[in-house]
Design a protein around this ligand. Structure first.
Ligand code: GSH
Length: 233
């Protein structure tokens, strides 16, 4: 059976990694059987990150390569009815969500002071508080260094959220009143975008960017509709 190395989630947050959440959604939609293993030590992963898919002896790192593998080996293709233009638009929206908007979700949880109580409770409940504070501070340093390398971490809170709001506006405006990005069928763009947007909407943190995401009624309905269709609970 396939094994997905992932991070745990909570409630309708299916994984705290949107990339792993995407692969879980893809596997479910494709009705491919798999089991999950939660990763505590990223250094055990081939590229130091999750998700990783184990298929027999093969370990595939990165959600993009996992999607390709599932397409090549298991014929999983959510986009076969889309036009080349729709595929191109879906690709651009996915990249925006995963390579840009994603970082505002990380900021929302780890850097914005409003996120801290949630993270402390979600990750370190029951741990002596001094130890929890130390680990949290180390996590913050790591995340901040990644965000500075990306460039977005050079901005202040208000600027990070201003950039993220523009992404949310673009998704919401393009999405309009449709069921999914390209109509009534879930495409690979939906499975990339929803976990990132849902992470902002559904993580119980009341930051400025979470409130903004929740103010987009069509996005709130979109992530709920997707969750019901894919996870069915
Ligand atoms: N491009 C990768 C991104 C994966 C990624 O950033 N995963 C994060 C969790 S959301 C991770 O494993 N971070 C651990 C680290 O950087 O140490 C993909 O699509 O799989």
């Amino acid at each position: 059976m396939l094994k997905l190395f992932t991070l745990p989630g909570a409630g309708t947050i299916r994984s705290s990694s949107p990339f792993a959440w995407k692969i879980e959604a893809l596997l479910r939609l494709a009705k491919v059987e798999f089991e999950k293993e939660y990763v505590a030590d990223f250094s055990q992963m081939p590229k130091g990150k999750v998700p990783v898919l184990q298929d027999g002896e093969e370990l595939i790192a990165d959600s993009h390569f996992i999607s390709e593998h599932l397409q090549e080996k298991y014929g999983v293709n959510l986009d076969h009815t889309l036009s080349a233009e729709q595929k191109a638009i879906g690709h651009a929206f996915s990249r925006m969500a995963e390579e840009h908007l994603y970082w505002s979700g990380v900021y929302n949880r780890f850097i914005d002071p409003i996120g801290k109580p949630f993270i402390m409770q979600a990750m370190f409940d029951g741990m002596p508080s001094e130890q929890a504070e130390e680990i949290f501070a180390a996590l913050q340093r790591k995340v901040m260094s990644q965000m500075q390398g990306h460039g977005i971490g050079l901005h202040n809170l208000e600027e990070v959220y201003r950039l993220a709001s523009a992404d949310l506006d673009a998704i919401s405006d393009y999405f309009g009143e449709k069921n999914y990005l390209f109509g009534d069928e879930i495409s690979s763009a939906d499975i990339a975008i929803v976990p990132v947007v849902a992470g902002l909407i559904q993580t119980p943190i009341d930051t400025q960017i979470a409130q903004y995401a929740r103010s987009k009624a069509n996005l709130v309905a979109y992530v709920e509709r997707f969750d019901k269709a894919v996870f069915g609970e």
